[in-house]
Design a protein around this ligand. Structure first.
Ligand SMILES: [Fe+2]
Ligand SMILES: [Fe+2]
Length: 289
């Protein structure tokens, strides 16, 4: 697969997360903001879990290309965890108990999943989640409307994360198929399980954050109703991703069958020439039709 982009770890990126970013950074919309905030609280612990589940099989990998990809995947996910950790510090300062949410996730990942589930299962869950992050990367940046009104710094942070999710999207999958030899049923059931878990977590944590924000009942009802429509309307965030989502059920599926995302090369060129991740995010966003 020579046409696939390389996995490039990018370190010490500055998204000015300590800057004057408004609390409701997504166009002043509490639901959209808190939906992305809820997702962000999942990342640092989630990415540590993915790294551990891929590492479980690293000693059995003999292909030098895959070994290098695993190394770069780990470095990228490590950086995602660090940057989302900085982002989550903002949320903690706003009164969101991110430490408690992360404590719950850590317990679930380390003391339940990694302790009781077979390693093939947790790797299948990792590969499935990587499918979800790759298709979300596509749908967040499929058109200009999707991220319209977002603060450029945070939009750029999600753009960088999205690009790297595309670059490393096949690593966990290849380890699962070639090394752990996970069968079709475990693969697809893992996707169904993580889809349910991801949706329940992000939805209920979004509601919890809106509750902590002390919006009036009326404000909360209207923002949630509008938010659900934004997620599920035709052409909305979720429906835009359904076509890609179901590809995973094809018996011969491979993540690179879906290609790289629109404007990936544009982002990469902007990043390589400016070295500035905010500028790269903005240039890519400006180029979206
Ligand atoms: Fe990531
Ligand atoms: Fe990833």
């Amino acid at each position: 697969m020579s046409s696939t982009p390389p996995i490039i770890p990018r370190e010490k990126l500055d998204f000015d997360l300590k800057g004057d970013i408004p609390k409701y950074w997504f166009g002043g919309d509490p639901f959209k903001t808190r939906f992305f905030d809820a997702m962000s609280t999942l990342f640092p612990e989630g990415e540590r879990f993915f790294i551990s589940c891929v590492r479980d099989y690293r000693d059995q990998v003999t292909d030098p290309t895959l070994l290098q990809e695993i190394k770069d995947f780990i470095r990228q996910e490590g950086q995602h965890g660090i940057v989302h950790g900085q982002y989550n510090d903002r949320l903690q300062a706003q009164g969101i108990p991110v430490d408690k949410l992360e404590g719950g996730l850590k317990f679930l990942f380390d003391k339940v999943a990694r302790k009781y589930a077979p390693k093939a299962q947790t790797l299948a869950e990792t590969a499935a989640t990587e499918h979800l992050t790759a298709i979300m990367a596509h749908s967040f940046f499929v058109s200009k409307d999707m991220m319209e009104g977002a603060d450029p710094r945070i939009r750029a942070m999600f753009a960088w994360h999205a690009m790297e999710e595309i670059e490393h999207k096949s690593v966990a999958f290849d380890v699962m198929q070639k090394v752990a030899k996970v069968g079709y049923l475990r693969r697809v059931f893992a996707l169904l399980a993580v889809t349910l878990g991801f949706n329940l977590y992000t939805f209920f944590v979004t509601l919890y954050m809106l509750h902590l924000d002390k919006l009036s009942v009326w404000e909360r009802t209207t923002t949630i109703a509008k938010g659900i429509w934004w997620l599920y309307k035709p052409g909305g965030l979720y429906l835009a991703a359904v076509k890609d989502y179901v590809q995973y059920f094809k018996p011969g599926f491979h993540p690179w069958m879906m290609g790289e995302m629109k404007l990936y090369q544009h982002w990469r060129q902007a990043f390589d020439t400016t070295g500035n991740p905010i500028e790269a995010g903005e240039r890519m966003y400006a180029a979206l039709g």
